[in-house]
Design a protein around this ligand. Structure first.
Ligand code: ATP
Ligand code: MG
Length: 257
């Protein structure tokens, strides 16, 4: 969560009207400087920011519903895996580790721009924040997802490859489709309700990752004491198309003169 990181944020006055947004940028810039984040990741964040502006920079009721469904699906899964890229590791490493602990999920590094150095850096930051095992590091255990050509096709044979539910915040559309084609359920966080990822995932949380991962942790803590039928009930009442349509409606409503 951004409040826990004070890296370069000292130059941003707390009463600045864009303080939160600037603090998020600072986290990414310091992630870029340390080699966690690639320059393309900074640009991808820019696309996300534009949608956040249009959404009013707050978690909508539809995103809260998606978070509840996502927490239920992770808790019901047999082999849930959380896929972590550079931007996610720079923005909310502590919350990602906590989410893995609360939902019994494995953590796997998965990078579009993959280098061994970045794999190691991301695994290190997750471990510094409490993770004991991080998959997706080193070549030996990788297998390829059918149909994909990008570096993201390499997945850990003990992680995403075997998972029944994969949580892929800030994902690329091609891989989301490929994971769905492998009969996996896919949860994403993506501020753009029109992206191929949002349109293809099983559950799309249309929200900023810095708000929704802490909220997912809180929700998982509440729901983990519920029985299986209650969790199944939450899932069957969730409709992703309705969620996407209404998220777009918020943007349309805010852009009308
Ligand atoms: P797709 O491949 O799914 O069509 P894309 O090519 O437009 O999407 P990518 O660069 O593949 O985009 O993925 C980045 C996605 O992450 C974008 O849709 C962007 O809106 C979203 N994003 C960036 N930063 C954040 C953030 N902080 N929180 C949530 N979503 C974000
Ligand atoms: Mg893409």
């Amino acid at each position: 969560m951004i409040d826990n990181h004070n890296n370069n944020n000292n130059n941003i006055p707390s009463n600045h009207p864009r303080a939160k947004s600037l603090a998020i940028r600072e986290l990414l810039v310091s992630g870029f400087t340390s080699g966690l984040v690639v320059s393309e990741g900074l640009i991808a964040h820019g696309r996300g920011e534009a949608f956040d502006y249009l959404l009013g920079e707050k978690t909508s009721t539809y995103a809260f519903d998606a978070i509840k469904a996502a927490a239920s699906l992770l808790l019901l899964a047999e082999r849930p895996v959380i896929s972590v890229n550079g931007n996610t590791a720079a923005l909310c490493p502590k919350d990602v580790v906590e989410l893995a602990n609360e939902t019994g999920s494995l953590l796997e590094v998965n990078l579009f721009y993959r280098t061994n150095n970045r794999e190691i850096l991301i695994a290190e930051i997750l471990k510094k924040n409490g993770a004991s095992i991080v998959l997706g590091v080193g070549q030996k255990k990788f297998v390829k997802i059918p149909e994909l050509t990008s570096n993201r096709r390499h997945v850990d044979s003990e992680g995403i490859f075997l998972a029944d539910v994969v949580f892929v915040p800030l994902e690329d559309g091609d891989r989301t489709q490929a994971l769905i084609n492998m009969n996996k359920k896919v949860i994403t966080i993506d501020l753009n309700p029109l992206s191929r990822t949002s349109q293809t995932a099983t559950i799309s949380i249309i929200d900023n990752i810095v708000r929704s991962i802490p909220e997912l942790v809180k929700t998982a803590k509440q729901l983990k004491h519920m029985n299986k039928n209650s969790l199944l009930n939450i899932l069957s009442n969730f409709n992703n198309q309705y969620n996407l349509d209404n998220s777009l409606r918020i943007i349309r409503g805010r852009s009308e003169l």
